[in-house]
Each structure stands twice: as structure tokens, then as C-alpha cells.
Design a binder for this molecule. Structure first.
Ligand SMILES: [Zn+2]
Length: 268
């Protein structure tokens, strides 16, 4: 078909050159639909919304403007992030650190900055606000539940707002428990998303246990549901024995959820 959009030589086509193929037509419609949806859900007061919001319906003509605006906005955000990331350099090079964090197991304490800890965690803020912590550089706070490597990852997250995938995988449960204990809601949210995405018969019991400790209802419901759906693989695994000894109340909940599921299936 002589499509004026995707042909490499539109000038060769017969005038009026206004025919497009079904792929280009569907593509254009879905782009317009997607961007309109983004504009309709854009947050903020009406006068601060992007200019295109004021148009009643976005046309293909101003899609390219929207894309350019978005690109400029993302470059601006990139610059802002680079500007704000100075604290992670101060952590890496240990510039003007004023507190030591001691992991639970043996291992050297890790120097950090009180101001950053207080900003990132309401619990640290309270600890550092209390009278015992007014002295300079020799202050030490113990985090007995984390080993050295876990503490390093927690700090890396607090300074960078992000963690490499391999560290997230390796320390997900201890990071989630630390996020709950120290009131770091952003880390808690990322850990929950990560656990939801990576749920498998091998880790569903761990996820349920962590969700229970952290009182994370959505994660707990999802883990219970996953366990019920994969009951055979999970309940007959060796891991379930030690899990049952440690978490009898969760085993009761698994049994009940499983019975309810069987009941629902028998009715339908
Ligand atoms: Zn086409």
C-alpha cells in the first residue's frame, strides 16, 4: 500500500499523498490516546499543567511538541539529580562525616552524616534529636539487626535513593525489615514492589514472613494467595518445616486461606 507515513520515498507517491496504512493509523491513534490520558491525569493546579492540557483533544500535530517538552523535562530532572547527588560523593569519600554506624556482627563501623540520616528516616531523626547524641564525631549508633554488608547497602540506598539489582535481590528481606523499623517509607515501597515482582515457590514463605512482621497488608494478601495457588510445591518443601516451627500463626492462616480457596472452587 502507498502509505505516506512509512514509505521511504513519499514524494514518489501519486498526489494527494494522504493515504496511510493500517499500522501507521493504529500507531498514531494509540500515541494520541496514551498522551491524552497522561495529560488528563497530570497532577497540579490547572494553571500549572502543561499547555497541551488546555487543548480539548490532542492531535497528531502537537504530539511532537509534547515529546520535545518531555525530553527537555527529563534532561532538567537529570541535571537536578546530579546536583542533589553531592551527598553520595561525601559518603563515598567520607567528607565531614559526623556519626558512626555499628553493624550487629563484627565488622568496622561505617561513617555517615547525621543530617542525611535524620532527613531520610524519622526514627533516626528521633534518635539523633535525643540528648545522648549531641557530642561530635565519636557518636556511634548500633544497628544490631544488620550485618556489615546489609548496613552498607542500606546506607547506599539512603544516599543514592537506589540500589543495584544484585544488592536488592541479596538483601531484600533485611532491607525491608530495616525500612519498617527505621520508618523509611520509600525504601519500604520499593522493597514491596520488588518482592511482588519476584515472588516464586522458593521465596513466597519468606515474603509472607516479612510482610507479616512489617504489617504490609497488600504484600501479605498477595503472598498468601500465591502460596495457596502453589500449595503443593510449597507445603511439601523442606523449608515449610522450619517455617512452621517459627511461624505457627501464619501456618494457620495458610490452612484457612487454602480451605476457603477449595470451597470457592467447589462452588463455582
Ligand atoms: Zn504506514
Amino acid at each position: 500500500m502507498d502509505c505516506t507515513i512509512c514509505t521511504s520515498m513519499p514524494v514518489m507517491l501519486r498526489p494527494p499523498r494522504n493515504i496511510i496504512c493500517s499500522t501507521c493509523y493504529e500507531g498514531a491513534r494509540s500515541v494520541i490516546f496514551f498522551i491524552n490520558k497522561q495529560l488528563q491525569t497530570a497532577q497540579g493546579p490547572a494553571d500549572q499543567k502543561p499547555n497541551l492540557c488546555k487543548a480539548s483533544y490532542l492531535t497528531l500535530e502537537n504530539v511532537s511538541k509534547w515529546v520535545r517538552d518531555m525530553k527537555a523535562e527529563s534532561e532538567e530532572l537529570g541535571e537536578k539529580i546530579r546536583f542533589l547527588s553531592g551527598f553520595s560523593v561525601a559518603f563515598r569519600d567520607q567528607i565531614h562525616t559526623d556519626i558512626l554506624l555499628q553493624p550487629g556482627e563484627s565488622g568496622p563501623p561505617i561513617p555517615a552524616h547525621k543530617a542525611l540520616l535524620a532527613i531520610r528516616s524519622e526514627v533516626f531523626n528521633n534518635i539523633l534529636d535525643s540528648d545522648g547524641c549531641k557530642a561530635p564525631a565519636t557518636d556511634t549508633v548500633k544497628l544490631p539487626e544488620l550485618n556489615h554488608e546489609e548496613l552498607e547497602s542500606l546506607l547506599e540506598f539512603l544516599y543514592n535513593g537506589d540500589l543495584p539489582e544484585d544488592k536488592m535481590n541479596k538483601h531484600i528481606y533485611s532491607l525491608s525489615l530495616a525500612a519498617d523499623k527505621y520508618g523509611i517509607s520509600y525504601l519500604q515501597k520499593l522493597c514491596e514492589c520488588h518482592m511482588l515482582k519476584s515472588m516464586s515457590p522458593a521465596n513466597a514463605l519468606d515474603v509472607l514472613e516479612v510482610a507479616d512482621v512489617c504489617s504490609s497488608l497488600k504484600l501479605k494478601e498477595n503472598a498468601l494467595d500465591y502460596i495457596v495457588k502453589n500449595m503443593h510445591d510449597i507445603v511439601f518443601s523442606a523449608k515449610y518445616d522450619s517455617f512452621a516451627l517459627k511461624n505457627p500463626h501464619l501456618c494457620v492462616q495458610i490452612s484457612r486461606a487454602s480451605l476457603m480457596d477449595a470451597k470457592r472452587k467447589s462452588v463455582s
